[in-house]
Write a protein that binds this ligand. Structure first.
Ligand SMILES: [Zn+2]
Ligand SMILES: [Zn+2]
Length: 339
């Protein structure tokens, strides 16, 4: 297999800073798309991986080139690649390959495929070693894992949709967040702020739970209907048993039961944060109201005809006017894929 050199930023070890380097990329095969990277988001997972902070779950192989919120322009497309041609806008998220044959892949849930390959720090079956991510001037990815980018998007703003966006949108879609539902968002960080925007655009009543009173104005500006300082027991009590869905984006140790108790009958709390220590869930908190507690990870590759980069309607999300509007049921209708 022939290769070419691409500029990249890599870290040589857990305590090394990122430094400019050259890496080898494969020349595109028949099914590949080569992309000139215009923007790449900085995700907290990049930092965790560079510092090898998830060593028990996925140890870092050095050198590491992180980055999985990639937006760019196609420079070459293989002869069997049918969706893209040079000049097209394109995006790559957290995955670059999977077996394509298992039950999860057939359902469009490649993120749960046992043979899924992450964009960085996964075995590179073409060149050996590990995959290198988007902190680079170009990337070569199998077409199935390349997403279309509508031309009316602000490209830099679109990049975080590839990880933070899909990570928060996917569970809301799965658990049926729609007009009139009450949605709690725990933590207003990188994931939380996306969650607020999606929940608002889907027509939900959005309540942000934060430990920081200083984040109240930001939460309201992003579209929250209410902001609750979770350290205030009286404020928390007012919302007991009333939420349909809660997205918990907190990676620090926290009392999960305090949030489970905010759910109504059949309510669901989905964890997308990654606290280092196990969480102690009180059994009665779940069984008393048939509540459920679950997790979620990124999202699958959208079916081409039904969705491009999480549906054209998410495109409209990015225009700030619509972030605050209630014209949103369109989102779920347009994007009836299993993300
Ligand atoms: Zn990420
Ligand atoms: Zn699979």
């Amino acid at each position: 297999m022939t290769t070419y050199n691409a500029k990249a930023y890599s870290a040589a070890g857990a305590t090394s800073p990122l430094a400019s380097t050259k890496i080898k990329r494969r020349d595109p095969t028949d099914r590949d798309v080569q992309i000139e990277i215009l923007f790449c988001g900085i995700c907290h997972s990049d930092l965790h991986s560079v510092r090898n902070e998830w060593s028990e779950f996925m140890a870092t192989n050095y050198p590491i080139v992180p980055g999985h919120e990639i937006v760019g322009r196609v420079t070459k497309a293989g002869s069997a690649a049918t969706k893209f041609k040079p000049g097209d806008l394109a995006a790559v998220g957290c995955m670059v390959d999977s077996d394509g044959t298992c039950r999860q892949c057939r359902a469009g849930l490649e993120q749960f495929c046992p043979n899924m390959i992450l964009t960085f720090n996964s075995p590179d079956k073409h060149l050996g070693g590990v995959t290198y991510g988007g902190y680079s001037e170009s990337i070569v990815v199998q077409e199935h894992f390349v997403l279309r980018v509508p031309s009316n998007l602000h490209l830099a703003a679109a990049a975080p949709l590839l990880c933070a966006g899909i990570t928060t949108y996917s569970p809301m879609h799965h658990w049926g967040v729609t007009n009139g539902k009450k949605v709690g968002v725990v933590g207003l960080g990188g994931l939380g702020h996306m969650a607020v925007k999606f929940a608002r655009a889907l027509g939900a009543h959005v309540v942000v739970f934060t430990t920081s009173p200083g984040k109240k104005d930001d939460a309201l500006r992003l579209g929250a209907d209410e902001v609750v300082v979770s350290r205030n027991a009286d404020e928390m009590k007012k919302h007991a048993g009333s939420s349909d869905f809660i997205l918990d984006a907190v990676s620090a140790d926290h009392d999960i039961n305090a949030y489970i108790n905010l759910l109504g009958v059949d309510g669901n709390l989905t964890l997308v944060g990654v606290p280092a220590k196990p969480l102690g869930v009180g059994a009665f908190n779940l069984i008393a109201r048939r509540r459920s507690f679950s997790g979620s990870a990124i999202g699958g590759t959208p079916k081409p005809r039904r969705c491009s980069i999480f549906a054209a309607s998410i495109t409209s999300l990015l225009t700030s006017r619509l972030f605050r509007s209630r014209r949103s049921t369109k989102l779920t209708k347009d994007c009836s894929n299993p993300m």
